[in-house]
Design a protein around this ligand. Structure first.
Ligand code: 4NP
Length: 150
């Protein structure tokens, strides 16, 4: 059985598609499955934001085959680890948890880099390209820590 990891943001078009692509690039696909979704329904079925596609491509990662999906309660049954990008995503997922086992799977992604600091991956959607570069670099560091731990 593969270890399954789910990256979560609001729209599933900017941050979590990058987190999915970056972490997957650091793990053995025979042993791990990495996926992503959003807490909202805003962009279901869409490709990642063009700016996320471009920054991933710059670092050699192809995320063009991803399609946005919304988090479902049944994801608690599928995934071993669920990583929200920010505290708002965290709260939305925790509200849907049915029990302590569900809750234990949920952890802010940047707490893998700085334990208990409760830092957010900034939402780059309304900003410029620079925000996407910043998000990429933060997620790359966090996914390095996570990949070593897994
Ligand atoms: P994401 O960014 O949560 O990193 O995918 C956003 C994408 C879309 C929206 C907000 C954030 N939106 O409001 O549509």
């Amino acid at each position: 059985m593969k270890i399954k990891i789910l990256m979560v943001c609001l729209g599933n078009i900017c941050r979590s598609p990058l987190a999915e692509g970056i972490l997957a690039s650091k793990l053995n696909p025979d042993r791990f499955l990495v996926n992503s979704c959003g807490t909202s329904s805003y962009h279901i079925g869409e490709n990642p934001d063009r700016r996320s596609i471009e920054i991933a491509k710059k670092y050699g990662i192809d995320i063009t085959n991803q399609r946005a999906a919304q988090f479902k309660i049944s994801d608690f049954d599928i995934y071993d680890f669920i990583y929200p990008m920010d505290s708002s995503n965290y709260d939305d997922i925790i509200k849907l948890a049915r029990n302590d086992d569900d809750k234990k799977k949920v952890k802010l992604i940047l707490n893998e880099l700085q334990p208990d600091a409760d830092l957010d991956v900034p939402d780059p959607y309304y900003g410029g390209e620079q925000g996407f570069e910043e998000v990429y670099k933060i997620l790359d560091k966090a996914c390095d820590c996570l990949a070593q731990k897994l």
